[in-house]
Design a protein around this ligand. Structure first.
Ligand SMILES: *Cc1c(COP(=O)(O)O)cnc(C)c1O
Length: 402
């Protein structure tokens, strides 16, 4: 969408600079911080202008379900971060995932997906798409041969997360994207767990990247939002048409919160990752802990792949506690700084018991296939002092012994 005034933009800038300035549309008032354009509609100077806007002969906004200046600023800044040609904001991460698949799939198509997925992503692939005639096969995402074997003549999309939720298994993005290219399918990556700064799926061959901006992009637990990034043809045609007519638009207010979040993203992600690595080391030393899952540690079974495709080990740590569900609950209930929550990507450190919350819907068999047991705990590392977090974990682990 054309800016009324000059847009701040330079491809010569480093990411940290672009995340502060890129995409800013300054109004006639010359505001420093980006304005919130909290309007649904637009007015035209003449009937001729309205006609030209609708015909697409003149650039400009028409209706905020289609596009809005604050949302456009967020989308432009996300493109700069991801190195994508185009992007669209959505009302939530799930709206982004659903739209990225539904906008180009049709009855008779087939999707191959990693089986370790955020709960609602798994619902879309496993339950929702088949209701509309799109079949799906769930595979162990770590196994390249399984991706290859699942391909059918109708396979149109590959979908996965890496690292996965909650025990941080990795998918070889380059390897899977190559198999997808070979069969003419689009590779769609949900990149939430690595964050946009920790992993660049497009540089590894992925076509489409989706985010729940609710997580580290906002980063302070305030707003829901999502974004889909990819080639201009896919985003401006398939996705734009789908969003325009089905309506999961990103609120301009939420877009503004996300836009401001991007300004501090490099600082926050660096701190999240640094503290997460330290907490993973801390947990690995403890006798109450059975196993730690952290891609940045050399004992992670896919550590070499982590080094190849990720920068840093990521902001999430998972572990298994000794002593069964009782010990897990004693640990969670004893935490003080860490809050019990199913959310992640907040300034506040959060602890989750996946088996009884985010993955409760799955059968026990499906959970154990994903490595989720009554003893599995996921930690989203926040921005607090690392020493204070260690002290909190220390006393909660002691309490877990019962
Ligand atoms: C949170 C999350 C989603 C869904 O995002 P919402 O903003 O909650 O709709 C999708 N994928 C992953 C990996 C997530 O963590």
């Amino acid at each position: 969408m054309a800016a009324k005034n000059k847009t701040d933009r330079s491809t010569a800038w480093q990411p940290a600079t672009r995340l502060v300035h890129e995409g800013t549309l300054r109004s006639q008032f010359g505001e420093t911080s980006e304005a919130i354009f909290l309007n649904s509609g637009y007015v035209y100077e003449s009937a001729e202008q309205a006609e030209a806007r609708f015909k697409g002969d003149e650039d400009g906004y028409v209706y905020s379900r289609y596009a809005n200046p604050t949302v456009s600023m967020f989308e432009t800044r996300m493109c700069a971060l991801e190195g994508a040609e185009a992007a669209r904001g959505t009302a939530s991460g799930m709206a982004a995932v659903a739209a990225s698949l539904l906008c180009h799939l049709k009855a008779g198509d087939h999707v191959v997906s990693g089986r370790a997925l955020f709960g609602s992503c798994r619902y879309i692939v496993e339950d929702l798409l088949p209701r509309y005639g799109v079949t799906s096969t769930l595979v162990d995402g770590r196994d390249l041969a399984a991706w290859e074997a699942a391909v059918t003549p109708n396979t149109r999309a590959f979908f996965f997360e890496s690292p996965t939720n909650p025990v941080l298994e990795l998918v070889d993005i380059e390897g899977v994207a190559k198999i997808a290219k070979g069969c003419g399918a689009l590779t769609v990556v949900d990149n939430v767990f690595a964050t946009p700064l920790g992993q660049r799926p497009m540089a590894l061959g992925a076509d489409i990247v989706v985010y729940s901006a609710t997580k580290h992009i906002d980063g302070q637990g305030r707003c829901l939002g999502g974004v889909v990034l990819g080639p201009a043809e896919f985003i401006d045609e398939s996705l734009h048409t789908f969003l325009k007519h089905t309506g999961p638009s990103l609120s301009p207010f939420n877009a503004w919160v996300m836009l401001k979040g991007l300004e501090t993203l490099p600082l926050r992600v660096a701190r999240h990752n640094e503290t997460a690595a330290r907490i993973a080391e801390f947990l690995a030393e403890r006798s109450e802990v059975e196993r730690v899952f952290y891609p940045g540690r050399t004992d992670h079974p896919q550590h070499d792949l982590a080094k190849r495709q990720m920068t840093g080990g990521g902001p999430i740590v998972a572990f298994e506690i000794k002593g069964g569900k009782k010990a897990a609950f004693r640990f969670l209930n004893a935490l003080s700084i860490f809050k019990i929550s199913n959310n992640l990507g907040d300034a506040k450190s959060l602890a989750t018991h996946p088996a009884t919350t985010t993955h409760q819907r799955l059968s026990e068999e499906a959970r154990s296939e994903l490595g989720i047991f009554d003893t599995t705990i996921r930690l989203s590392i926040g921005l607090e002092d690392a020493g204070d977090l260690e002290a909190d974990l220390d006393q909660a682990l002691a309490a877990a012994r019962g």
